[in-house]
Structures are given as C-alpha cells and as structure tokens.
Design a protein around this ligand. Structure first.
Ligand code: FMN
Length: 425
C-alpha cells in the first residue's frame, strides 16, 4: 500500500516506506496533489527555471520570480543593457519570463507545479500577470501589496490558480471578502512571517516586524475562524507558512498545526540548482542569523538582508541621503522605472534611497561589494553545504540527512536499522 508520505515523495526516495511518523498529507493545488514543500519566488533571478523546475520535478511547487529576468539571457541583455528605453526593457523581461516558464516546465519533466511570483509593487505587474498566464504557468503568486484586483487581471485565463502572499489575518480577511464578492476564492494563501522571512516583508514599519500578530499560530487560528465565519467549510483555502522553516521538525510541527504547506526561500536559494552565482550562495551561507539587518527598501517596505559592508555604509548615510531626496526621473539610472513607487526616483524621504534593481542584480552575480543579499532569519538545514534540491526536500519531509552530511554515529544507527541498503530497482 502506498503511504501518504510516499505519494508526496519523489519515487527515488523509497527507503522511507516504514516511516509512519512522517506522514504528511499532500498539498492540493491547481488540480494536483503535490508535496507540501513549496519553494518561494526569489528575485532578481535567484529563482528562475533551473531552481523552480528542479523543485517541481520532485513533485513540489517551484516558483519563478518574474522581476527583471532578462539578466539570465545574454541576447536580451545585449539589446537592453545600456538602452535606457523603458518599453524595450519591459519587452525583454516579458520574453525572458516566457522562456523561463517554458524551460522550467521541461526541467520539471511534467511533475509538480510551476508557479510565478509577481510583486504588486512592480509597475509592470499587470503585463507580468498576463505573460504568466499566456506562457502556461500553473499558479500565480502575488505579494508586496494587496492583490485585490488579481481575479480581474486573469479573467481570460480561468485555469491559473491564484495565491496571495499575506502576513496577518487582517490582510487575509480583506482579500477574502473582496475576492468572494467577485466569485473567486484564493486557491491557497501564503502566510509570510515578517519577523523571519527574507526579502521584502509584509509589515508597515521595521518596528512592527516582530509583532505577536504575525505569529503563525495566531494567524492560523484567526484564519480558521474567518473561514468558518465565511461558511467556507472544506472549500477554505489551504494555508502555506513561509519564513524561518529550517528543519524537518518545524515542517512536522506546522503541518500538524493547521498548515497545508510550508514555503522556504533561503534554503532553496543555496541549493545546487539555485539560479544565482555560487558567490551569492556563499554570502547567504556565510552569514549567520545574527549578521542580518532590517531596513526600509525603496519600495517603502521593510526588508531583511545580510549586513554586508555596502549595506552598513548605506544605513550609515541613509539620513543624509533622505534629507537630499528629490523627485527626479533621472535618478532612475537605467530609466527602467521598475517600481510603481520608488523612494529614490520619487524623492520620498522617509523610505530607501538606492536603486534596488541594480543592487539585487549585483547580488545575483555574486558581487559582494555592490550587491544586496536578501536572506531569511532561519538556519540553513545543511549548514555550509550546497546540496541538490532533491536532498533538501527529502530531508524536510523525512528528517533524514543526506548520506554525505551524516555524522558517523548517525550512519551507524541507520545502518543498524538497515535503511541505508540499496533499494531494489
Ligand atoms: C534572496 C531572496 C529573494 C526573495 N525575493 C522575493 C521576491 O521577489 N518576491 C517574493 O514574494 N518573495 C521573495 N522572497 C521571499 C521568499 O519567497 C520566501 O517567502 C521567504 O524567503 C521564506 O523565508 P525563508 O527564507 O526563511 O525560508 C525572497 C527571499 C530571499 C531569501
């Protein structure tokens, strides 16, 4: 008989058939039953086709971050690197997104789900949403702002599943009520903890990031109450928790406490298949959680990143730069106007004053001196090791470390239990 765990594990991981303590229900999404492990979208370019496809191949959901994907395509960069033409840059990015979705599908070998993350705060988000649908992604995940109008944007593409990213039950209630009035229920909801996740965070101020209202247990309880009040019963959207999920124990805990899935970012960013430069991965791996910093980005949202020399310098000079803030389109060096609202270009003195796209692209290329390296606050399951996606997902589901990382003691115990022996084909 196939156990529930076997049904969500890749076929190659058959040695766990006797592991009743690890029985996880599959996540039901977009007409499929997949692993409850989700890889979160990571821009710029950190989660592109290679990572998302590799995750999907393991019967999980891999997410491509849609922002500025042209950087993975030398031909598109040749056309747009110095062009200062916003429309040309936008067009190149839509072509890149199309290529990435199709390439991820090939890597996935038809397994799992391919999702695309679109940030509401990005000026071109309606075009990115359209391209995501046209290129045949399974799931559209939207964060960095309340995605109230997402159902209308995808009205011509009824097959795509919609997943908002929110951080507290108040936001969930707003989105649910607005969407239900339009006859649409989210297919799932990512609950991202601003005190733990990497990248842009769903709180108004840095001081709010660790507020008790974001605690997963609180949000789950309040959402379940809300879904009951809304009379959703078994149609209630599954909740996927994101931020600081860094061990099998946490996966087990939260999947047993009302969540239907868990989303990880940082741990996937540093896998072998992660689409960023190896030096990007080394920076994330080398920074322990106490070396992270929280600040307000140019998009006006708090963010969490590795406290590199550049970021320390920026934070030191930020008050002076804010005092000199001035609305000036020429301050957008590339004229790409990537954000709807940008502290630097629009002269908004209370928020960040640097070009976030340039900084994230430098990080993608592994440039420690210039890059901005987003990172979540959790530990890395494999410490300083860069391992394949398959091993990460297997560890998260089973608690069993890859062979190469097991201590001699653990190897002795496992061999005495006879679960390391080769499996019959
Ligand atoms: C390098 C990096 C880039 C990220 N970029 C995005 C992004 O473009 N859009 C988004 O919605 N979330 C982004 N995130 C958040 C992740 O998708 C994920 O929800 C979060 O990192 C989970 O927390 P963890 O890193 O502790 O696992 C990013 C996170 C990291 C580490």
């Amino acid at each position: 008989m196939t156990t529930m765990l076997q049904s969500v594990l890749p076929a190659s991981f058959s040695c766990l058939s006797e592991s009743p303590s690890s029985l996880f229900k599959p996540l039901k999404l977009a007409g499929k039953e997949i692993s409850p492990i989700v890889q979160g979208g990571m821009g710029v370019g950190v989660s592109a086709h290679n990572l998302a496809g590799a995750v999907a191949r393991e019967n999980a959901m891999g997410t491509i971050a849609s922002i500025d994907l042209r950087h993975h395509h030398p031909d598109l960069m040749e056309q747009t690197d110095h062009c200062r033409d916003r429309d040309m840059i936008d067009r190149a990015n839509l072509i890149a997104l199309d290529r990435e979705i199709k390439a991820a599908r090939i890597v996935s070998e038809g397994h799992g789900l391919i999702a695309v993350n679109v940030m509401k705060a990005v000026r071109e988000h309606p075009a990115l949403v359209r391209q995501t649908c046209e290129s045949g992604a399974d799931v559209l995940v939207m964060g960095a702002g309340l995605p109230i109008d997402l159902p209308e944007m995808v009205a011509d593409y009824p097959k795509i599943a919609l997943v908002p990213i929110l951080s507290e039950s108040r936001g969930v209630a707003i989105v649910m009520k607005k969407w239900l009035k339009k006859g649409y229920c989210p297919d799932a909801i990512v609950i991202e903890h601003p005190g733990l996740a990497g990248g842009h965070l769903g709180a108004a101020k840095v001081e709010d990031l660790h507020s008790p209202r974001f605690e997963f247990a609180t949000v789950i309880e309040e959402c379940q109450k809300l879904f009951a009040e809304l009379g959703l019963g078994k149609d209630a959207p599954p909740l996927i928790l994101a931020g600081g999920i860094d061990s099998h124990e946490k996966v087990k805990h939260w999947l047993g406490a009302g969540a239907s899935g868990v989303q990880l970012g940082t741990a996937f960013a540093v896998t072998q298949e992660g689409d960023a430069h190896i030096d990007f991965k080394r920076v994330l791996i080398g920074a322990n959680p106490s070396e992270l910093t929280e600040f307000v980005s140019v998009a006006g949202l708090p963010a969490r990143a590795v406290s590199t020399h550049w970021l320390q310098q920026y934070q030191r000079h930020e008050p002076t730069m804010q005092a000199r803030a001035k609305a000036d389109p020429l301050r957008c060096a590339q004229r790409a106007d990537c954000l709807t609202q940008c502290g630097l270009r629009d002269g908004i003195s209370r928020i960040g004053q640097f070009c976030i796209d340039t900084k994230l692209v430098s990080a993608l290329k592994g440039d420690l001196k210039k890059g901005l390296f987003f990172r979540g606050a959790g530990k890395l399951p494999f410490g300083k090791e860069i391992r394949p996606v398959r091993e990460l997902i297997q560890y998260l589901l089973s608690g069993i470390m890859p062979l190469a990382l097991r201590s001699d003691d653990a190897l002795d115990i496992l061999s005495s239990l006879n679960i390391l022996s080769p499996q019959p084909a």
